[in-house]
Structures are given as structure tokens and as C-alpha cells.
Write a protein of this length. Structure first.
Length: 153
């Protein structure tokens, strides 16, 4: 069988302090190693999170750029469609001025035509009066020229 031999000499205080120092230094070293591994794993996780966030930000920036380009393209298309309308107000103003001038000419024409129509009515009334006078004269002449049934001897 296996026999274990135990040293029966007493441990001195210096040896005991030495063992305690060794144990404490090993515990301290183990804590330092644990802290280092823990901090490295935290840094790796942070780097991973940073990479993930960086990728998300890059994707969002790319999406924003794409949306901005699409929006710019749409606005350019709308502006291209609206360019013929740039001078619409000017053209409408010109058309209003032309219509006002045309209305003034038509009003003047109607006034002139009204005056001429009034003059024509007056002339027709004068002709009508003259025709009545002539008709009366003709009637008077026709009654005088009719032969009478009785002749004077």
C-alpha cells in the first residue's frame, strides 16, 4: 500500500507568514487575472456592440442618402412639371389686360352702334312722317280728282 509520510516538525512563524503571503499573492493574482479576463470580455462585448451600432448607423445613413436622392429626384420631377406654369400669372395678367381692352372696345362699339341706331330710328321716324304727309297729299289729290256723279251745268 501506499504510505504517506507526514513530516512532524513544527512550522515556524516565518514559514506560516510565508505561506500566508504566497496564498494572498496567489489570491490577488487570481483576482487580477479574473478582472483582466472579465474586462477583456466586456471590451469585446462593447466592441461587438459598437460594431453593431456602427453598422446600424451606416445603414441608416445609407437609407437616408437613398431617401434624400429619391426625394430630390421626385422634387426635380415636380419642378420640371411646374416650370411651364412659372409664367402663368404673367400670362393671365396679360390676358386680363387684353380682355379689359377688348371689353372697352366692345363698349365703345356698342355706344357708337346705339347712337347710330338712335339716329337711324330718328331718320326712319322722319321718313315715316314724310310718308304720312305724302300719303295725306296723295289721298287729298285722289279725292279731288275723282269724277263726281253730278255735273254742274
Amino acid at each position: 500500500m501506499l504510505a504517506i509520510k507526514v513530516d512532524k516538525r513544527p512550522i515556524s512563524q516565518a514559514q506560516l507568514v510565508g505561506f500566508l503571503v504566497i496564498i494572498m499573492s496567489q489570491a490577488f493574482l487570481a483576482g487580477g487575472v479574473y478582472y483582466k479576463f472579465q474586462s477583456l470580455s466586456d471590451e469585446a462585448a462593447k466592441k461587438s456592440d459598437l460594431v453593431t451600432l456602427t453598422n446600424k448607423v451606416d445603414d441608416q445613413a445609407a437609407d437616408r442618402d437613398m431617401r434624400q436622392k429619391l426625394l430630390d429626384r421626385n422634387l426635380d420631377a415636380i419642378n420640371d412639371k411646374l416650370k411651364p406654369l412659372d409664367n402663368v400669372t404673367y400670362r393671365l395678367d396679360q390676358m386680363d389686360k387684353r380682355d379689359d381692352a377688348q371689353d372697352a372696345r366692345i363698349d365703345k362699339l356698342l355706344e357708337v352702334m346705339g347712337a347710330k341706331l338712335d339716329a337711324l330710328n330718328a331718320a326712319v321716324a322722319d321718313v315715316k312722317a314724310d310718308v304720312r304727309v305724302v300719303a295725306q297729299d296723295v289721298k287729298n289729290l285722289s279725292t279731288k280728282s275723282q269724277p263726281t256723279a253730278y255735273r254742274s251745268p
